[in-house]
Write a protein that binds this ligand. Sequence first.
Ligand code: FAD
Length: 107
Amino acid sequence: MSRQSGYDFDAIVIGAGPNGLASAITMARAGRSVLVYEAKETVGGGCRSAELTLPGFIHDVCSSVHPLGAGSPFFRSVPLAQHGLEWIHPPATGNSWSHSAKTGIKP
Ligand SMILES: Cc1cc2nc3c(=O)[nH]c(=O)nc-3n(C[C@H](O)[C@H](O)[C@H](O)COP(=O)(O)OP(=O)(O)OC[C@H]3O[C@@H](n4cnc5c(N)ncnc54)[C@H](O)[C@@H]3O)c2cc1C
């Protein structure tokens, strides 16, 4: 960002969702100074988690199934586990209802 604009950063990212954070990290890794603006009190965007019910119980606020996150080359390149991330892989990936009200399990 131009010093003439009054901002002393190479780039300003609006929004600290996964894409904004990935962009900011990529630019910072390239040696650029980056400012991230987030309107909410916490970062994460649609991938936030929060104590929505009882203390100690962390819930997904929006997204809850993350095959693209777990498979992302970028997310594998950042040490998210050191910051508490754990991908949980269920034994069944989902289910769907048939017209006869039986449930099909997708292994
Ligand atoms: C209900 C719901 C369920 C979903 N379920 C899944 C799922 O199961 N699996 C999956 O892979 N994806 C899911 N998604 C999609 C996933 O959440 C998005 O693809 C992902 O969050 C997009 O990331 P992003 O960084 O582009 O934007 P966002 O995550 O939307 O982040 C944008 C951020 O920018 C901030 N912002 C916006 N405007 C401004 C501003 N003017 N100034 C400052 N900050 C601003 C917002 O507060 C927000 O934090 C779901 C989304 C929703 C809404």
